[in-house]
Design a protein around this ligand. Structure first.
Ligand SMILES: C[S@@+](CC[C@H](N)C(=O)[O-])C[C@H]1O[C@@H](n2cnc3c(N)ncnc32)[C@H](O)[C@@H]1O
Length: 281
């Protein structure tokens, strides 16, 4: 815990008091990258998300609410936002520059991002995933969330502007992951979505682990529809089978509805589920 104090103190200060960023104990323009790169041992086995971002104050954001927020408070997982600005160049801690070859926008510098990555990966276990949230990446899905939730944690890089210098991606062999086929202004929302999807799979976060087994995408299908009180609303009733008390019939109906929804809404998933899955007949 002591070893991580200096860098964590810097991150905390940047998170809680962004306006006072040049106090003696916070960001010093003379601070060398070596001083910023302090070993960060893992905390007692809790799943850890390290997030390199220009907006550390955007965290925990929505992750601080409800189930993920309670789990964070209870120490079921750990969040380390890492302020990219701390690793910037020169007096003004510059993090970006104009694109080689010209064109619009700015690009995050390789040397700056490299220093932040070195700090963020210090003390991590071998095979700890390093992911850049990017619209050019592989589409994020439930299988990826399940895989990441099994690991000790993940380091996420949030881009801004036009994104990262490609050499950083090549040098560190960074995996690019996309939230979908659209472009946002930065990677922070994507990072929070990815973290949320992982954290809810961690043991103890949801009251009922069955709910993560039965939901959409957990077995390649979309989920069946849900109903609750009142029994009649706007002339619409609840399907009789759900109030029959016959658990076997309810389970069969739900399975049928789940398959129907997948077939009709997501033929791509249906095809994979029906023909291609490794455990399908
Ligand atoms: C304006 S975008 C850069 C887009 C980039 N120039 C391109 O055309 O691929 C800025 C940052 O937002 C994040 N971002 C935007 N859309 C995203 C998406 N669909 N999934 C994940 N991250 C995204 C990435 O971190 C990206 O570096």
């Amino acid at each position: 815990m002591l070893a991580r104090a200096p860098i964590r103190a810097l991150w905390r200060r940047a998170m809680t008091d962004p306006a006072r960023s040049h106090g003696r104990k916070s960001i010093r323009a003379t601070m060398t990258p070596r001083e910023l790169i302090t070993p960060i041992p893992e905390i007692a086995g809790a799943w850890t998300a390290r997030v390199i971002t220009l907006l550390p104050q955007a965290f925990p954001g929505i992750l601080g609410e409800s189930l993920t927020g309670r789990a964070l408070q209870d120490g079921l997982w750990v969040l380390d936002p890492i302020d990219l600005r701390l690793f910037g160049e020169g007096k003004h801690r510059n993090v970006d520059d104009t694109p080689a070859g010209g064109g619009a926008g700015m690009v995050l510098r390789a040397d700056v991002m490299g220093r932040a990555i070195d700090a963020a990966m210090t003390g991590t276990a071998p095979g700890w995933p390093l992911i850049y949230l990017s619209p050019r990446g592989r589409r994020f899905d439930q299988a990826m969330a399940q895989d990441l939730a099994q690991r000790p944690g993940v380091t996420l890089i949030c881009g801004r502007f036009e994104g990262l210098d490609e050499r950083v991606l090549d040098h560190y062999g960074i995996q690019e992951v996309s939230l979908g086929d659209f472009v946002m202004t930065g990677g922070e929302i994507a990072a929070q979505a990815l973290i949320d999807a992982c954290v809810r799979l961690l043991p103890g976060v949801l009251g009922n682990t069955k709910s993560t087994r039965d939901e959409s995408h957990s077995d390649g299908l979309l989920e069946h529809p849900h109903y609750t009180r009142p029994a009649e609303w706007m002339g619409r009733t609840i399907p009789d089978v759900l109030t029959s008390g016959d658990h076997a019939k309810v389970a069969a109906w739900r399975r049928e509805m789940s398959e129907k929804a997948t077939r009709e809404r997501r033929p791509d998933l249906w095809e994979k589920h029906h023909d291609g899955g490794p455990d399908k007949a």
